[in-house]
Structures are given as structure tokens and as C-alpha cells.
Design a protein around this ligand. Structure first.
Ligand SMILES: C[S@@+](CC[C@H](N)C(=O)[O-])C[C@H]1O[C@@H](n2cnc3c(N)ncnc32)[C@H](O)[C@@H]1O
Length: 242
């Protein structure tokens, strides 16, 4: 069982910005009275917002389950940027399994939205959330992997899309999967951000088409197959290692 009975989506970093203002709540009540079939909600900004509320919920379920099953190994994130998703993983680990190591990897020099000084923003976010600093590996993944990966991984999140060239992204994903997959322990969870299947992910977005291209090919001869999750305005999918 999880250690913290108070734990829940509302306590996770990043959820507060999706809370509706009183004005929006009022407008939605008014729209309902007028029998409008639609609500007003905050628009997801794919350049500035790195994770959706629905994805945060999926992370919580998968990670809580992983810890309950006592799947062995460290937590890793390839592509941590300014820490939106790392803060969620760090927060879950801090509460459920503080003894586990959390390692993050990024070049920290790719500016995707309005964020500058990316590594210091990452560190500030961890501090603001009251979280211990993960082990940070700064550099290019082609140089860092496999040497800087832990021997045993319980949870991996791969989020390396920058909206750039499909071919370069694909090469990076192949390199990452080739080294992460064999280190996943039995029962480990690997989540691929931006894995998108039109119509299946419903409201998702095909931000980085290389993800599905590479993953489907990579898992063709493996026992695991990608399982698509509902992520609201963002797409993602996972495997559980056999
Ligand atoms: C979409 S962002 C990750 C978002 C992050 N998960 C978050 O929630 O804020 C993609 C990241 O991949 C990183 N990246 C892309 N190519 C890389 C490479 N070759 N080596 C290391 N990091 C890379 C970029 O620096 C960028 O920070």
C-alpha cells in the first residue's frame, strides 16, 4: 500500500495552474443555465506547457502501482528541460520511496518556449516544490548513454522532442531505447512522451511523429507493445517490462 493516504492528484506540482478562476466557474455556470453544450477552459499551449493534467494523473497511477509492486531500480528521465515532469516524478518518489535514486538527463541549452537559463529554472522548480535535487547529468545523450545510466531502472520517462527534424529525433530515440530497455527490471514502466495514434489518443497532439515511428519498430521483436494512454491535449504511451 502507498505510504501516504493523503496523496492525490491535487497535491502534485503543476496541477494548480489548471484550477479554474472564480470568473471562469461563474461563466461556466451561466453557460450551463443557457443550456450551452460547451464549457470554457484554459487552452493548452504546446510551446509553454510541457505536461497535461491528464498525463500527471497517469504518472501518479503508474508510479504508485510500481512502488506498491516493489519493482526494483532507479528512476530516470531523459529530457527534463525545466522540470515540469521531473517535479511530478520527484514528488511521487519523495513521498512513496525516498530511498530510490532519481537521475535526469538534458543538454539544457535548447530553448523551446519563453524559458531561459533552463538548468537554473529546473533547480529552482525542485526547490520551490521542496524536493531533493535529482542526480543531474548535463550533456548530449549520445555522449552520456550508456555510461551514465544506472544498471537497473524501475521507471523511465523519455521526453526528447523539440519539434525539430524527425530524422534527428528518431536517431536519438533509437540510441536511448537501445540502452534504456535492457536495463529495465521486470515490471518496470517506460513512458514515451508524444507517442500519438490519431483517433486513439482522441484529443492528443502529434508533436513529435518520430516517437511512434521509432517505438513501433523497436518493439516489433519484443514481447511488450506500446499501450496508449489518454493524455488530454498531449499524447503518451507506455510499456511494462516483462
Ligand atoms: C520537451 S523537452 C522535455 C520537457 C520536460 N520533460 C518537462 O516536463 O519540462 C525536450 C528536452 O530534450 C532535450 N534534448 C533534446 N535532444 C537532446 C540530446 N541530444 N541530449 C540531451 N538532451 C536533449 C532538450 O534539451 C529538451 O530540454
Amino acid at each position: 500500500m502507498s505510504k501516504d493516504p493523503e496523496f492525490g492528484l491535487n497535491n502534485l506540482p503543476g496541477t494548480a495552474r489548471w484550477v479554474m478562476s472564480p470568473w471562469v466557474s461563474y461563466m461556466n455556470k451561466l453557460l450551463a443555465k443557457l443550456r450551452s453544450p460547451v464549457d470554457i477552459k484554459k487552452r493548452f499551449n504546446h510551446r509553454e506547457d510541457m505536461v497535461s493534467l491528464e498525463q500527471i494523473g497517469n504518472f501518479e497511477l503508474l508510479i504508485t502501482d510500481l512502488i506498491d509492486r516493489d519493482v526494483q531500480g532507479d528512476f530516470v528521465e531523459l529530457g527534463c528541460y525545466s522540470g515540469s515532469t521531473s517535479a511530478v516524478f520527484g514528488s511521487l518518489l519523495h513521498r512513496l520511496a525516498p530511498e530510490r535514486r532519481f537521475l535526469v538527463y538534458d543538454r539544457f541549452d535548447m530553448e523551446l518556449g519563453s524559458t531561459r537559463n533552463i538548468r537554473s529554472q529546473f533547480e529552482q522548480r525542485m526547490k520551490d516544490c521542496g524536493l531533493p535535487m535529482p542526480i543531474v547529468h548535463e550533456g548530449d545523450l549520445f555522449a552520456l548513454l550508456p555510461a551514465q545510466l544506472p544498471a537497473s531502472i524501475a521507471f523511465a520517462h523519455i521526453d526528447l522532442g523539440t519539434g525539430g527534424g524527425v530524422y534527428q529525433h528518431a536517431e536519438l530515440l533509437v540510441h536511448s531505447l537501445k540502452h534504456v530497455y535492457p536495463r529495465l527490471s521486470s515490471g518496470a514502466i517506460l513512458i514515451l512522451m508524444d507517442y500519438h495514434v490519431p483517433d486513439v489518443t482522441i484529443h492528443g497532439n502529434d508533436s513529435n511523429p518520430a516517437v511512434r515511428l521509432v517505438a513501433d519498430t523497436f518493439f516489433e521483436d519484443k514481447p511488450e507493445k506500446m499501450r496508449v494512454l489518454y493524455g488530454g491535449p498531449c499524447s503518451h504511451a507506455y510499456i511494462r517490462k516483462n
